[in-house]
Structure formats: C-alpha cells, structure tokens
Write a protein that binds this ligand. Structure first.
Ligand code: PSU
Length: 305
C-alpha cells in the first residue's frame, strides 16, 4: 500500500520543479488559535513562506488522505470546523482509515513531511515535558518524533507553559540537536530567552541545511530543532508571564484537564489572562519561524541530494 498523499496543485508544481517547500502544521489552526483569527493567521503564514521564496505545504487529514498543501477552500473549511481531531503518531493511520478529518501536530506533521520528501517545517513552539510530569507522565509525542523523523523543525523553542529544563534534558537524552538561531539562550516561545543555554548555536541557514543532510549521511535518525527567538519588538517578558502561566496551570489541574486538552486549554487561558497579548506574540513568532524555514528550505534545495 502506498501512503495516501494528496498534493495541492501549488505544492505539486513546486515538487516537480524542485523548488523549496516548507511544511506547515494544522493543529495550530484548529487548536492553537481562536476562530476566526486562525484562518487569517494560517493564510499569513503561507504568504510569509511565499514572500521568502519557498512554497508552503500545510498538512492535514481529510477524506482519507494526507493533504500536502491545502487549497484556500480547504483551509477555510478546516479553520471553521469545531472538534477536529488533534493527530499525533498514535492516531494518524487510524484517522486516515476512518475517513474523518484531523489536524496534524508537530509530531504528525513531521511524519507527513517526511512522506512528502519535505525536509523543513515551521511551527510556533513544540510540545515538551509538562510541569508536574513526574506524577502526570505528560510528555508530548513531539519530542520522540524529533528523535525519529528526519525533518528540521523551526520553532520559538518549546512553549513556556512547559517544564523547559526537563524538556531540554529529554531532547538531549533522545539525541535531538537543539540549535539556537543566532542565540546562546534557549528561547521560551513568547519570550526571547529562557535563561537556559541552547546546546548548539548556528548563525547562517546554509550550516543548518548542511547539518540536516549530514545527519542523514551519517545514518543518524531524527531531525533537528532550530530554536528561533521571537522578534524583540513582539516579546512578552518572562517575568510578566510567569504568574499568569502558574494560574492557568492551577486552573487546568483544578478542572482535571488532561492529555491532549492540556496545551489548548493553557494557550486559551493565557490568551484571556494577557487580554490577547499572547496571541499577538504567538502570531509574530510563527511568521518569524516561517521566514527562517523558507530560508533553510532554499539552502537545502541548493545542496546536492
Ligand atoms: N505551536 C503553536 N501553537 C500550537 C502548537 C504549536 O504556536 O498550538 C501545537 C503543535 O501542534 C504541537 C502541539 O505539536 O501544540 C503540542 O501539543 P501537546 O503538548 O498536546 O503535544
């Protein structure tokens, strides 16, 4: 059985012409951003990739196929559909088999990108080790996927709602290269710095692209996390956010929010508690990541396979 990939005309044309492609996820649209802003932002992310010289391929599951690139109508439909499944490695095949629609998380988007031959993917922030994971065992499948699937993920670090020191520990254990983009400090999503050192640092996209290909050549499985700090003018200082994050986590615990619902719940509460400021920061950092991913994709397209 061949993987059921369904390419958009734009993405297929780019593939056939050997143009640089950037994979994008759909969970950020369905679970990360509020409707109707989610549609506007999804379009802005795609436009940013195009302006930076690459072609966007937003991934989603629809009608039994993995969509590699969504048409404008598909994107509109997905952004407006409530209760879309949030797909990771565990449920990707099952959802395809059922014919139901699903949005791809970082983990699932990496799998789809690899199947489509796309080496770089832009998102907001990866999932990681949740605070209190020593009792809840809540660790995002995104971390394991980075260890297994050869895709370079451009993100503003891991979301600041997480336990960032433990997230970095797990990435180290799994052998995932965590590369600070023009920074020595691991970014904290809405804030530029977490106060934790980024294990690696790179300052030019050509080196990121070469390192990606070299991992493959060396037979080292897995991808890379390119940690790109939010632009300075858009950041929210970590000290402003800390008490709001703590409050949102307390509320999640009190309400018994668990598993896949934790991240969307916390993002939603922090949006309310910051009176929308966290959303503007989230948008700014995603667009920033889309631009950098397009640059890396351009460098990858220039390298021999
Ligand atoms: N980046 C954002 N917003 C999001 C996400 C990423 O700016 O909502 C999504 C990604 O799909 C990521 C998921 O895989 O959050 C993490 O969810 P969890 O912690 O349940 O693994």
């Amino acid at each position: 059985m061949t993987p059921p990939l369904s390419w958009s005309p734009e993405a297929a044309a780019a593939r056939d012409a050997g143009r640089p492609l950037v994979a994008l996820e759909s969970t950020i649209i369905t679970h990360g951003l509020p409707h109707p802003r989610n549609l506007e932002v999804a379009r802005a992310i795609e436009a940013t990739v195009r302006e930076a010289g690459a072609v966007p391929a937003t991934m989603a599951v629809m009608e039994g196929a993995i969509r590699v690139g969504l048409t404008s109508d598909d994107l509109e439909r997905l952004a407006a559909t409530p209760e879309v499944a949030k797909l990771s490695r565990a449920d990707l095949a099952a959802t395809l088999a059922s014919g139901r629609a699903g949005a791809t998380t970082v983990a699932a988007t990496m799998i789809c990108a690899r199947l489509a031959g796309i080496e770089v993917f832009a998102t907001g922030g990866i999932g990681g080790v949740h605070r209190g994971a020593e009792t809840s065992w809540d660790v995002s499948a995104d971390l394991q996927e980075l260890a297994r699937t050869p895709v370079t993920v451009v993100a503003a670090g891991a979301k600041a709602i997480l336990d960032l020191p433990r997230t970095l520990e797990v990435l180290e254990t799994l052998g995932v290269p965590v590369i600070g983009w023009r920074t020595d400090d691991f970014p904290a999503f809405w804030s530029r710095a977490s106060g934790l050192p980024a294990p690696l640092r790179m300052d030019d996209a050509a080196t990121v692209a070469r390192a990606h290909r070299l991992r493959g050549a060396l037979g080292i499985e897995g991808g890379q996390l390119l940690a790109n700090p939010i632009p300075p003018e858009a950041e929210i200082p970590a000290a402003t956010l800390a008490p709001l994050i703590a409050r949102a986590i307390e509320e999640a615990e009190a309400r018994g929010v668990a598993a896949k619902s934790v991240t969307p719940f916390l993002l939603g509460r922090i949006l309310e508690l910051t009176e929308g400021a966290s959303l503007e920061a989230n948008v700014a950092l995603v667009l920033n990541n889309a631009r950098l991913a397009a640059e890396v994709a351009g460098e990858l397209a220039a390298l021999p396979r």
